[in-house]
Design a protein around this ligand. Structure first.
Ligand SMILES: [Ca+2]
Ligand SMILES: [Ca+2]
Length: 73
């Protein structure tokens, strides 16, 4: 599936993404992730990175974020 602006979850995800993107550059870095989820262990963060960072640039774009949170329903 692909989420887009027509998807009611899209606005919700966008809001969530922006709240995590501390410096507003459109990418979520490890540092921003751990700032948002202080209790998240480093290995969980690394696993998340491996799964979510599709282009391997070490940060999460909104597109990758959507892919990460997208479910098959
Ligand atoms: Ca950022
Ligand atoms: Ca990336």
């Amino acid at each position: 599936m692909s989420a887009g602006p027509a998807d009611p979850r899209w606005a919700q995800l966008k809001k969530q993404f922006e709240s995590m993107d501390g410096d507003g550059d459109g990418y979520i870095t490890d540092a921003e992730f751990s700032e948002h989820f202080p209790g998240l262990p480093a290995e969980a963060l690394a696993a998340l990175d491996r799964e979510a960072d599709a282009d391997g640039d070490g940060r999460l774009s909104f597109e990758e974020f959507i892919r990460l949170t997208a479910t098959d329903d």
